[in-house]
Ligand binder design. Structure first.
Ligand SMILES: Nc1ncnc2c1ncn2[C@@H]1O[C@H](COP(=O)(O)OP(=O)(O)OP(=O)(O)O)[C@@H](O)[C@H]1O
Length: 277
């Protein structure tokens, strides 16, 4: 199957005022339908990277080419068009908690509406049917009329994904989507995102602290350290040395006197420090 580039990040840097660079010359690309995880310690620049892609943050320099257009050069109107095709999923869901699940899902259509239709929440029958369908696909149909503050964390995040999907995105940016969830809900959310990539052809760029999930679910993994890209490879290529490069954990590969099985033990420790074990 021919691969097509959807997103091309070229030497992107971001310096917040008075601070060291949060992103420093980061370059990589994402193909259509590809599932890419971004890992790195707290403060490595993962959220900044995601937010530079849809210009919630303006990069200080570099180019972000999405679907053939450099988003750093777009005016308001064009940016709005591009943002329709880029959905975001947040750690804290960012739902309207007093609104129902279906109302929150429909908000994914707001980017397609005039301001007046948006304010009046005027959605077409087609949009409503679609929103119910998506809730159904995520196993939430029975909760469609439940207020979001009465849903569990895992259910809220599924509403967040449903809202992202009705936007008809080419790309989902997920900023630590499972950081507030228990392991069972985390797995379900990762499975839903993977399904979006595999079955719907939506590329996913997912910030994660859980390296084990990144390995299990991703086509590719990007590693950031102090704003720099220090790893870009497949899960199989993410060995203990790469983990050490990303997380700064010392990796002892060779010792002059090495007891049997030593490197395995060290490797296990390094992986455990990074949250893999
Ligand atoms: N709005 C801001 N103003 C100033 N500095 C910021 C701002 N947002 C982030 N930073 C700084 O930029 C650097 C990268 O932060 P960022 O949130 O992108 O990292 P992260 O890898 O997403 O971290 P975490 O895993 O904790 O969310 C950090 O040093 C952070 O303090």
């Amino acid at each position: 199957m021919e691969r097509q580039t959807l997103l091309n990040i070229e030497s992107v840097s971001k310096a917040y005022t008075g601070k060291a660079k949060a992103l420093d010359g980061v370059s990589f690309s994402v193909e259509r339908g590809q599932f890419v995880s971004v890992i790195g310690s707290s403060g490595a620049g993962k959220s900044t990277l995601l937010r530079c892609i849809n210009r919630l943050i303006d990069p200080s320099s570099g180019a972000v080419e999405f679907d053939g257009r450099d988003v750093t050069k777009l005016g308001k109107r064009e940016l709005r068009q591009i943002r329709r095709r880029v959905s975001m999923v947040f750690q804290h869901y960012n739902l309207v908690s007093r609104s129902t699940a279906i109302e929150n899902v429909l908000q994914g259509r707001l980017g397609y509406k005039s301001s007046l239709a948006g304010v009046l929440a005027l959605y077409s029958e087609e949009e409503k049917i679609r929103a119910f369908d998506v809730l159904d696909q995520l196993g939430l149909l029975e909760f469609a009329y439940r207020r979001c503050d009465q849903l569990s964390g895992g259910q809220k995040q599924r509403v967040g994904i449903a809202r992202a999907l009705v936007q008809d995105p080419l790309l989902i940016l997920a900023d630590e989507p499972i950081a507030s969830l228990d392991p069972k809900s985390s797995r379900a959310i990762m499975e839903h995102l993977r399904w979006a990539a595999d079955d719907l052809g939506i590329a996913c760029l997912v910030n994660l602290h859980q390296v084990d999930y990144a390995i299990e679910f991703s086509d590719r993994i990007i590693g950031l350290k102090d704003g720099k890209l220090v790893f870009d490879g497949t899960p199989a290529e993410l060995d203990a040395e790469a983990i050490a490069r990303i997380y700064g954990t010392p990796y002892v590969k060779e010792r002059s006197v090495k007891p049997q099985g030593f490197s395995d033990v060290v490797e296990a420790d390094v992986m455990a420090a990074a949250g893999v074990a």
